[in-house]
Ligand binder design. Structure first.
Ligand code: FES
Ligand code: MG
Length: 578
């Protein structure tokens, strides 16, 4: 804050002409920042903002205060001045109606707070599912040099000699409870063991997927994605990130120089290779969209066909994130895919992805990351589906599905919304068999609203008791990355937008062919056209005439556009990704 001609992001953010007198504006700001106790020497340094995403509701971000201490140490050691500032914090379980509904609010908060306040670079602290995408979206739009670090995964728990991880095992045990295999006392005991430390879900859920893809994207220093939240390496990574933020300020290393189309190709490839969460597809589409790159679903699908699933982690495999950290984190995955990656991409370290790989410690024998020619699954994790039921696409996580259901035709059992599902799914009279296709409508971005993780429809109790473990289920909703099953998600356009999903009736035949990428409603075109004519709006949005809900319902886009708000995407459109 030295001259009134400062055109750095920090200078511009200082709003030097806010009072119509640039000298006075600067004078006033200096006066108020002095009240924080900073010396002139401190204020002459590069200012590194640090997003404080701690909250008493957010166990995934419980360690943020000690992370900030370590980041501040790194900034100071490198000659900068760290300044922490709050942005929205949100946890999956405590964000009503859904965290997805609030993700764009956090992204707007992040963008505007970075832009509004004077800073030369910023360290972003994410972790829980929506916080990493929201921070990356906001930082991409703000255009200030930014580096990401994450809180890191939880350690696993233990129940009667069996290893437990949130929340793949939450679902597994809940399904066993519903099937009558374990009693209320035991399920209560298990609830105390599923999340035993601070940190994010320790399976390949959305948080882990976003951390790994963000590192592959180049937005995080190498090795950061998999370090457990409570591990000392986590704090060293924070210290290094703080120090690096000081250098990035001098280099003006802005997010658009890192998050380029080839970098997104790397990230989308890693999403396939780690057996990642379907949610990450929506989030990466939103981040890319902020830089003007629309998502090309066909290209993503093609990427999957040549990229094997290599990481043996739940829910597609066996292990947990702490095992991946011990196996070397993202590095061995990058190494196996080296011939398929765009190695020239610049990362926040100032070096390219290829240079970082060359500098990484030598490989050692491990069981978590498979060799390229010995994969867990030979196609990628996710498969794009199209057909008359999903003209704008739908997605299935084939690596976590039952192979024998990936090609299936059966009669629909339709639930018109979440409430209908809750009321009828366990009705003993429900006309459902293991061959039925469970269909949930009006659970998309606008329908629910907030596109909840309701796509993992429970197996009807009467079938669960007969030992049915999986069925074909489809909806316009999302699913937790920690879940498994033959589940078709993100059907677009959604039912509430008048998509063909709205036309499905009980007993209609539905054909899923994942290998062919098809999802068909086997009903005559003529019949569908006549149903379309009588279709009445099935969603009521009480209380949606004001506030954030008003903005959300007016502006939220469909899954292929990342469910971002339409006005937050730039008007200038670049090449599609991946
Ligand atoms: Fe935060 Fe799973 S609840 S990562
Ligand atoms: Mg999740």
């Amino acid at each position: 804050m030295t001259t009134d001609q400062d055109d750095s992001p920090r200078g511009m953010a200082a709003g030097l002409t806010h009072y119509g007198d640039s000298g006075f504006s600067l004078f006033l700001r200096r006066a108020f920042i002095k009240a924080m106790g900073y010396s002139d020497d401190a204020l002459s340094r590069p200012i590194v903002g640090i997003t404080d995403t701690f909250s008493g509701y957010n166990a995934c971000h419980r360690t943020v205060p000690e992370m900030i201490d370590a980041i501040e140490r790194g900034v100071l050691l490198a000659g900068g001045l760290p300044v922490r500032f709050p942005v929205t914090s949100m946890h999956e379980s405590f964000s009503n109606p859904t965290s997805m509904y609030l993700r764009n609010l956090m992204a707007m908060d992040t963008e505007e707070m970075i832009r509004a306040q004077p800073m030369d670079s910023v360290v972003l602290i994410g972790g829980c599912d929506k916080t990493v995408p929201a921070l990356l979206m906001g930082a991409a739009s703000a255009g200030v040099p930014a580096i990401l670090t994450v809180t890191g995964p939880m350690m696993t728990g233990d129940h009667r000699g069996e290893r437990l991880g949130a929340c793949t095992d939450c679902r597994r045990f809940w399904a066993r409870f519903r099937a009558g295999e374990i009693d209320a006392a035991e399920i209560d005991e298990i609830s105390g063991k599923l999340a035993p430390t601070a940190g994010t879900c320790m399976v390949m859920g959305t948080a882990s997927t976003m951390a790994l893809t963000a590192e592959a994207l180049g937005m995080m220093l190498p090795g950061g994605a998999a370090i457990p939240a409570v591990h000392a390496d986590r704090l060293r990574h924070c210290e290094a990130s703080g120090a690096r933020a000081v250098a990035m300020a001098a280099e003006r290393l802005t997010p658009d120089r890192i998050m380029t189309p080839p970098a997104f190709r790397n990230a989308f490839r890693i999403l396939h290779a780690v057996g990642g969460s379907t949610n990450a597809l929506v989030h990466l589409a939103a981040v890319a969209g902020r830089l003007g790159y629309p998502l090309d679903l066909e290209a993503f699908d093609k990427l999957g066909q040549e990229t094997p699933v290599l990481v043996d982690l739940k829910p597609s495999g066996q292990h947990y994130m702490e095992d991946l950290h011990k196996a070397g984190g993202l590095t061995p995955i990058l190494r196996e895919l080296r011939h398929q990656l765009e190695l020239d991409c610049l990362t926040v370290s100032g070096r390219s992805l290829g240079e970082e790989l060359d500098a990484a410690p030598a490989a050692w024998p491990q069981e978590v990351v498979r060799a390229f020619d010995n994969p867990i699954h030979s196609g990628g994790a996710l498969r794009l589906l199209r057909g008359n039921l999903a003209p704008d696409g739908a997605v299935i996580k084939q690596s976590a599905a039952s192979p024998m259901l990936l090609q299936h035709e059966g009669p629909a059992v339709v639930f018109k919304n979440l409430q209908d599902l809750a009321e009828r799914i366990d009705d003993p009279e429900l006309p459902v068999t293991a061959d039925s296709v469970l269909v949930l409508k009006n659970a998309g971005p606008k329908g629910a609203p907030g596109m909840p993780e309701a796509g993992y429809l429970p197996i009807p109790k009467k079938l669960a008791r007969q030992g049915v473990k999986d069925m074909v289920r489809l909806s316009d909703a999302r699913m937790s990355g920690t879940a498994f099953g033959t589940i078709v998600l993100h059907i677009a356009p959604e039912a509430a937008e008048g998509g063909p999903l709205a036309l499905v009736q009980d007993g209609d035949r539905i054909r899923l062919d994942a290998a062919a990428g098809r999802l068909q409603l086997v009903v005559e075109e003529k019949e569908l056209a006549s149903r379309q004519k009588t279709l009445s709006p099935s969603v009521s949005h009480a209380g949606s005439d004001r506030g954030f809900k008003y903005l959300y319902l007016k502006e939220v886009t469909q899954a292929p556009e990342g469910c971002d708000f339409s006005f937050l995407r730039p008007t200038q459109i670049g090449p599609p990704v991946p």
